[in-house]
Design a binder for this molecule. Structure first.
Ligand code: ADP
Ligand code: MG
Length: 620
């Protein structure tokens, strides 16, 4: 038999490798920028033409290469960054695989000029489709300039896969951002078709974010900070109301390398649960530092994926420090006229159903997330402790004051923002005069809170109040049942009866004493205090309907589903407030909630127009 196996020529092997490393112009941008950073450059220029199709050039003032290295750098597995496999776990550089330049040179026309500071002449290397055309001394600046022309000139199939210039350009921009964001001590400039798009001076992380994404980000960012033995976390997260439905700015860096890690992303996003509507994405810019020995970045050719040794631990730290940061944010969302975030509006159906509000104190240790998993207030040890400590703190004035006090201990940015919302208080009383409030369109409470105009959506606010109250009853303190002398009978479909049996015990905690008579009928022996027993058939049918609809979303969170279903059912039925005291009581109830400013599904309960915002409205 003839032997048929042979080694592939280098040029072919390189082209195959290039398939993994270079998918599009943006991949070249990433590799060249990373090489410039690894070379210790202080100034890096990115110059592209036609969204990178015809030219991608990176010029740096880093350490440059010797005559021989300049040629060797285009060989596969040629690297100066590691010497043994062990080095993989002490990485300080972006690159280490030694395949980027070889891959790029296999599928483009590349020209490199490089010079080390100590040398009097530099080196020119021209290489096309792995074929070295020139390797000669030349006059050059200190540092390295690499031009990659006509990408995929010899691989038409790949060229045809490229998308429109706009799409390719946005990929390039994204790669540029990923490098420029984290290397804040370096200067970057970015040119497209001869036009300077961005010039970045050395700065701090926040300034860099703002320089890249725009000044409007300045007030949206909240600092995140945590130092432990295992991980250091720093950076910024954006306020919940700045979450976007589509693409959002989500940047996570691990040891200065942009990484994608679905679990860590989840750790951040899940901290926003209840605060942003489902499907929305919060923006974040987080830097994580861990011992390089505990991570493996060598699991994909582009080194964006990363494997972590202490995955769960890091998840926990990240999740808790993001929650903490969100907890310190202002409670009052700014008015946001973004059409996308406008959500459905429930209609008012005033009935005789008089709201009975729980007597709750304010939570001085406000952190909306202490009990997120159970979706209740006071579920955990922390919740209990604030109850005890809160003593006779009965109103939202104290509550807001506490928040303000807390915010004094936090960083300047947070403090400044809180101060804007919770302006200096004379002393005891928060400037809220119920008499000056009024009800608009039978739906909104308009009131002055300090110097801020605050508008509360009664239905949404009531949904939040009831949700927390029901959750509390389910988790901690069942409400008392008002026994009926003549039990009502409720008859359901077979499927409805099944569902009711499933949640019967929970309903008892909410004050509905229900007993099965036969397969589909039930006796209602008692209802919650204040509820009409005669309305119970329709109440239960509606409740079951909503519970069923939510089943998919809250499969594993039965109590949350029940609390939510009941709160939604009841929130739109209420008697209008008959006097200012009732209005005030309602507002107090809202601010005694763990998360007063959104409904459980993330819809806003209130909006605040600060004096500055009002002033701005009158600027021409
Ligand atoms: P890697 O970055 O994984 O080592 P590359 O193919 O990207 O592999 O680069 C190969 C080598 O060429 C690098 O290890 C480095 O020594 C050298 N090199 C590449 N780009 C530059 C640059 N801009 N300045 C100095 N040296 C560079
Ligand atoms: Mg490299």
């Amino acid at each position: 038999m003839n032997d048929i196996i042979h080694l592939l020529p280098d040029a072919v092997a390189n082209q195959i490798a290039a398939g993994e490393v270079v998918q599009r112009p943006a991949s070249v941008v990433k590799e060249l920028l990373e090489n410039a950073v690894d070379a210790g450059a202080a100034n890096i220029q990115l110059i592209i033409k036609d969204a990178g199709r015809t030219l991608i050039q990176v010029v740096d003032d880093g350490k440059g290469m010797s005559f021989n290295d300049a040629r060797l750098s285009f060989e596969r597995h040629a690297t100066s960054k590691i010497t043994s496999a062990d080095d993989l776990f002490h990485l300080k550089t972006k690159g280490f695989r030694g395949e980027a330049l070889a891959s790029i040179a296999a599928i483009a026309q590349v020209e490199m000029k490089t010079k080390q500071a100590d040398d009097s002449v530099g080196t020119l290397v021209i290489i096309e489709g792995s074929d070295v055309k020139e390797h000669a001394p030349t006059a050059a600046q200190d540092g390295t300039s690499i031009s990659v022309k006509n990408l995929f000139f010899n691989v038409p199939a790949r060229r045809n896969f490229l998308k429109s210039d706009n799409i390719e350009f946005s990929h390039i921009e994204e790669e540029f951002n990923r490098v420029a964001l984290v290397h804040t001590d370096l200067s970057f400039s970015f040119y497209h078709n001869g036009k300077l798009l961005l010039q970045l001076q050395p700065s701090n992380f926040k300034q860099r974010i703002v320089s890249i994404f725009g000044a409007h980000f300045k007030d949206k960012l909240y600092p995140v900070e945590m130092t432990t033995d295992v991980i250091n976390i720093s950076g910024f997260i954006a306020k919940p109301e700045n979450a976007k439905k589509k693409k959002s700015e989500q940047y996570m860096f691990m040891n200065d390398r942009f990484v994608r890690h679905s679990l860590l992303n989840y750790a951040v996003e899940t901290a926003y649960t209840q605060l942003i509507p489902e499907g929305y994405k919060p923006a974040y810019f987080l830097k994580l530092e861990v011992d390089p020995a505990t991570i493996d970045v060598n699991i994909s050719p582009t080194k964006v994926e990363v494997k972590l040794q202490d995955e769960r631990l890091i998840f926990g730290f990240l999740n808790s420090c993001v929650k903490k940061a969100i907890g310190t944010m202002s409670l009052a969302p700014q008015i946001d006229f973004d059409g996308e975030s406008a959500l459905e509006v429930t209609q008012l159906h005033p009935t005789t159903d008089k709201p009975v509000f729980p007597k709750t104190g304010a939570n001085p240790n406000y952190n909306p997330f202490e009990s997120v998993s159970s979706s209740t207030r006071g579920g955990g040890a922390h919740g209990d402790s604030w109850r005890k400590e809160s003593g006779n703190l009965s109103g939202w004035a104290d509550f807001l004051k506490e928040i303000k006090k807390e915010s004094d201990n936090i960083s300047d940015e947070t403090k400044q923002h809180s101060d804007n919302i919770f302006k200096e208080q004379p002393s005891e009383e928060l400037a809220f005069d119920a008499k000056s409030s009024f009800i608009l369109q039978n739906r909104y409470i308009v009131l002055k809170l300090n110097d801020n105009l605050t508008i509360i959506d009664i239905v949404a606010a009531r949904e939040r109040i009831l949700f927390e109250r029901y959750s509390d009853s389910l988790e901690n303190q069942p409400v008392s049942v008002q026994s009926s002398l003549f039990p009502e009978t409720v008859t359901l479909s077979a499927a409805g009866a099944e569902l009711l049996l499933e949640i019967k015990d929970e309903l008892l905690k909410l004050g509905y004493d229900i007993e099965q008579i036969d397969r589909t009928s039930f006796a209602v022996n008692g209802v919650p205090f204040g509820e009409e027993a005669s309305a119970v058939q329709s109440s239960i049918e509606e409740l079951l309907e909503s519970y069923k609809t939510n089943l998919f979303l809250y499969r594993s969170e039965k109590k949350k589903n029940i609390a939510l279903s009941l709160a939604r059912q009841k929130c739109s039925r209420f008697k209008p407030f008959s006097n200012d005291t009732e209005t005030e009581e309602f507002v107090r109830q809202l601010f005694a909630c763990q998360i007063p400013y959104t409904t459980p599904s993330g819809k806003k309960t209130l909006c605040v127009l600060s004096d500055n915002m009002i002033k701005d409205m009158f600027v021409k």
